[in-house]
Design a protein around this ligand. Structure first.
Ligand SMILES: Cc1cc2nc3c(=O)[nH]c(=O)nc-3n(C[C@H](O)[C@H](O)[C@H](O)COP(=O)(O)OP(=O)(O)OC[C@H]3O[C@@H](n4cnc5c(N)ncnc54)[C@H](O)[C@@H]3O)c2cc1C
Length: 345
C-alpha cells in the first residue's frame, strides 16, 4: 500500500506518495535521489515534515525520508575549553535533541532554538530562527548533494545566502539535498547574549545580558509551550507547521499604526500575528468555515492547525480567508512560511 504522507507531517495531512524511501545512510540517500532523477521522477525530500503542507492528492513521485544519524565534535568533552568547537551533524538527526545535547556540552548559540521540531538538515533551508537566534549565526558550512551538477558540494556560511527565513537552498527549491551541517560554537556555560525582549523579560534580565544556557532553554520551552509551539500529540494547537505566515518586510511608511516592528534588511519587519489579529481574526478563527476541522491555533494566531480530521483544502480555506482579510485591512499580502507541495494558497 502507498505510504500516506499525512503520517509523516506535523499537520497530519497529505495524500499518498508515489514511492517511499527511508534513507538511513548518506549513500542510500544520494542513491535514492539520483536514481529518481535518472528516471526523471519528481523527488520530495522530507525531514520531520514540520514545515510542509502536502496536497490531499499526495505526491506523484518519490518521497525520500532522511533518517541519517551522527554527531561528531572536533574536540573531546574532557578537552573542552573556551576555544570553540566544530560539530558536524547528519541531516537526519532530530534538531531538538541536538539542541539539548549542545546545551549539555556547553556549545553556545542554539539554546534559544529549543523546542523547534524537525531534522537538522532542514534548518539551513529556511534559516530556522526564534527568540533572537537563527542557525545562520552558528552554521560554518553545509554539505549537500547537488542534483543539478550531480555531485557533493560544500557551501561556507557566506555562500549560503542566509536571510530572514531564507537561504540559497530555499531560493533554488529542490536542487540541494542537505547531507550534513557543520556548526561552529564557542564553549561555555552562559548562553549567547539575549536578543529578544520577551525572552529577556521572562528571564528577568535586560536584552544583551547573558545567563546560563540551561536557563535560556527552559525559559524558551516554557514560552513556546504557552503558544502551542512544542509538539504534543494530545494538543491540537500543536498539529501545525509552526508559524503559517512569515512576518512581512515592508517600507517604513507602509507600517500600520501601532504594529510591532523589527529592523530588517530592505525595510521593516512587521508582526504578522498583529496584522492578523487587527484584521479581525482572533485565536481559533476558522472553526465555522471548516465544521471544526481546521482553525488558527487557540493559543497563537500565526499557527494554522488541524483540529482532527482536517484536509489540506480545509487548512488552505482558512489561510486564504486570513490572507485576504489582512490584505483588505492593511494592504499587506502575507506569504506562507511552510513549503506547499502540490497545492497553492
Ligand atoms: C510546532 C512547530 C513550531 C515551529 N517553530 C518554528 C520556529 O520557531 N522557527 C522556525 O524557523 N521554524 C519553526 N517551525 C517550522 C519547522 O519546524 C522548521 O522549519 C524545521 O526546520 C523543519 O524541519 P523538518 O525536518 O520538519 O523539515 P520538513 O518539513 O521535512 O521539510 C521542509 C522543507 O525542507 C526540505 N528539506 C528537509 N530536509 C532537507 C534536506 N536534508 N535537504 C534538502 N531539503 C530538505 C523539504 O523538502 C521541504 O521543502 C515549527 C514547526 C512546528 C510544527
Amino acid at each position: 500500500m502507498a505510504e500516506l504522507l499525512a503520517d509523516h507531517t506535523t499537520l497530519r495531512v497529505g495524500g499518498p506518495a508515489g514511492d517511499w524511501v527511508e534513507a538511513g545512510t548518506e549513500a542510500d540517500l544520494v542513491e535514492a535521489v539520483a536514481a529518481a532523477d535518472e528516471r526523471a521522477e519528481p523527488v520530495l525530500v522530507l525531514g520531520g515534515g514540520s514545515n510542509v503542507l502536502v496536497a490531499d492528492d499526495g505526491f506523484a513521485g518519490t518521497a525520500v525520508k532522511i533518517a541519517t544519524r551522527g554527531v561528531t565534535a572536533d574536540v573531546d568533552d574532557d578537552g573542552a575549553t573556551c576555544g570553540g568547537v566544530m560539530v558536524t551533524v547528519a541531516a537526519g538527526e532530530n534538531w531538538e535533541a541536538f539542541v539539548g545535547r549542545a546545551v549539555e556540552r556547553g556549545w553556545v548559540g542554539v539554546e534559544a532554538l529549543s523546542g523547534i521540531p524537525g531534522a537538522v538538515g532542514a534548518t539551513p533551508i529556511q534559516n530556522v530562527g526564534a527568540y533572537g537566534q537563527d542557525v545562520a549565526q552558528t552554521i560554518a558550512s553545509v554539505r549537500v548533494w547537488d542534483r543539478k551538477l550531480r555531485g557533493v558540494r560544500t557551501f561556507a556560511n557566506a555562500d549560503c545566502g542566509f536571510g530572514y527565513r531564507h537561504s540559497r537552498f530555499k531560493a533554488d527549491p529542490g536542487r540541494h539535498v542537505v547531507l550534513e551541517v557543520t556548526f561552529q560554537f564557542t564553549q561555555g556555560d552562559l548562553g549567547a547574549p539575549i536578543a529578544y525582549a520577551e525572552l529577556a523579560r521572562t528571564l528577568g534580565v535586560g536584552v544583551g545580558e547573558r545567563v546560563p544556557m540551561a536557563d535560556v532553554r527552559e525559559a524558551v520551552l516554557g514560552l513556546r509551550r504557552g503558544k502551542g509551539m512544542v509538539l504534543d500529540i494530545d494538543d491540537h494547537d500543536t498539529w501545525s507547521a509552526g508559524s503559517f505566515f512569515t512576518n512581512p518586510v515592508v517600507a517604513p511608511d507602509a507600517v500600520p499604526a501601532g504594529a510591532p516592528t523589527w529592523p530588517a534588511e530592505g525595510g521593516v519587519k512587521v508582526s504578522a500575528a498583529w496584522l492578523i489579529e487587527h484584521a479581525g481574526f482572533g485565536k481559533g478563527y476558522g472553526v465555522q468555515l471548516t465544521d471544526g476541522r481546521a482553525s488558527l491555533s487557540t493559543k497563537h494566531t500565526l499557527a494554522l492547525t488541524n483540529r482532527g480530521g482536517a484536509s489540506t483544502e480545509d487548512l488552505l480555506a482558512v489561510a486564504r480567508e486570513v490572507r485576504a482579510g489582512v490584505e483588505n485591512a492593511h494592504g499587506i499580502r502575507l506569504v506562507s512560511e511552510p513549503v506547499l507541495v502540490g497545492c497553492e494558497l
